[in-house]
Design a protein around this ligand. Structure first.
Ligand code: AMP
Length: 400
């Protein structure tokens, strides 16, 4: 059974085709610079890169889907003879707001599910627009293939009101559905599930650290999310590539007034001009920031110190919130690949039951990176959001 997973971002569309009988990804691709000067890449595991960054006209995500399907079914590089071999399509949705709270089958182009997705527009404008175009493209090309939405926010729906409510005027919060929704839920769900399996402890208390270009940290108690660092939007929480994370809200009008930044530009400032990039002045990519720090750039070093310090504070705070801690998990680009960051965040926590093993932490194959006598286990678990989306899609669309 073949399931196609589509991840439509603001100017890109990623896809992965899964053979669910083998639980394996058999092809993947990336449409970049959609609406600009479209670039297309397609990979087939085992065969390597089939095409890399070739120019293709893709005015919107709808055309990007057509390009993807063409490559998935072409005789040289494809894995399918006919697109009707695809049993269902799963779409990654960044925010389902209060309306779409669990993975769900689209009930037609005029059905309630897409109406609900339209309502999420204000919560994630760029992403929701891209999602809708990607869905439209898939529905046009694969008319009879079921389409499923899998929300990044779904895993966080189990948070209690004290964790998701902002202490702002109640009526305003109600009117605009302002609350903490969180993000990266599919990743937190996947890695916490793997950690529970690994520990053999279904009631484990876990802090999952998804650290990538965007980063979020979650508290997962017995497989359920009880708190998370991202909020109404993916701007809250720890310092990120170019996002500021949590700051004193008073800084916003303060900067707007003095720097003459308009309301419509302030979101861009906080999302694109802050974080590692804004603080270090070097780059939003942690590897560049680390290189700069190594050659003596103090601002770059400060950015790294801030991330490690903030992770430490979240781990401590969430352990307190859960009344215990069995395990900390690191995942995503930074979490999986940067041992120095993991070490800096987890060191000096022996009093807390966390003792790192410096050698294991540097071993790229290691899952456990804490010492044998560490009461709290520290794990590195590569995330696989696409597999979760494919599994949900198969369960919902095909009943398997
Ligand atoms: P993601 O959003 O999960 O793709 O993660 C992107 C982030 O991971 C960027 O900040 C990269 O610098 C970082 N990253 C990727 N590979 C490495 C690596 N080998 N070492 C350190 N950071 C890395």
């Amino acid at each position: 059974m073949y399931i196609l997973v589509v991840n439509a971002g603001s100017s890109s569309l990623k896809y992965q085709l899964f053979d669910m009988d083998r639980q394996e990804m058999i092809a993947k691709g990336l449409c970049e610079r959609i609406g600009v000067d479209g670039l297309f890449s397609h990979w087939v595991p085992g065969k390597g890169v089939a095409v890399k960054k070739i120019p293709v006209q893709m005015p919107t995500h709808t055309e990007a889907v057509a390009v993807a399907v063409k490559y998935l079914t072409c005789p040289e590089n494809g894995c399918l003879t006919d697109m009707n071999q695809i049993s269902a399509v799963g779409h990654r949705i960044v925010s389902g707001g209060p309306w779409l709270i669990d993975s769900i089958l689209i009930d037609g182009p005029d059905g309630q599910v897409l109406k609900d997705l339209h309502k999420c527009f204000d919560l994630a404008p760029l992403h929701t627009k891209a999602h809708l175009q990607g869905i439209e493209g898939c529905m046009n090309i694969m008319k009879d293939v079921p389409q499923v939405l899998v929300m990044d926010t779904a895993f966080h729906q189990t948070m209690p009101p004290k964790a998701y409510t902002y202490p702002i005027a109640y009526e305003v919060a109600q009117k605009y559905a302002i609350r903490r929704y969180g993000a990266h839920g599919t990743s937190h769900r996947y890695v916490s599930g793997k950690a529970i399996e690994y520990l053999g402890k279904p009631d484990a208390k876990i802090v999952t650290c998804h650290l990538g270009n965007g980063s979020s940290i979650s508290a997962v108690d017995g497989g359920k999310c009880v708190d998370t660092s991202m909020g109404l939007t993916p701007l809250e929480g720890v310092i990120m590539g170019s996002r500021c994370g949590s700051i004193d809200p008073a800084i916003v009008p303060f900067v707007m007034e003095r720097e003459h930044i308009a309301v419509e530009d302030m979101g861009n400032w906080m999302n694109k001009k802050c974080g590692f990039l804004g603080l270090s002045g070097v780059s939003s990519d942690l590897r560049d920031v680390r290189d700069a720090a190594a050659s003596g750039n103090e601002r770059a070093q400060l950015a790294l110190d801030i991330l490690a310090y903030q992770i430490k504070k979240y781990v401590g705070g969430y352990a307190a919130a859960m009344n215990g801690l069995d395990c900390v998990v690191f995942t995503a680009g930074i979490g999986e690949n940067d041992p120095d960051l993991r070490y800096a965040a987890m060191k000096d926590m022996e009093f807390f039951g966390i003792k790192m093993d410096a050698e294991r932490n540097r071993d790229r194959e290691a899952t456990v990176i804490s010492a044998d006598d560490s009461r709290v286990k520290v794990l590195v678990i590569p995330t696989n959001e696409e597999l979760v989306i494919a599994s949900d899609t198969m369960r919902i669309a095909c009943g398997k």
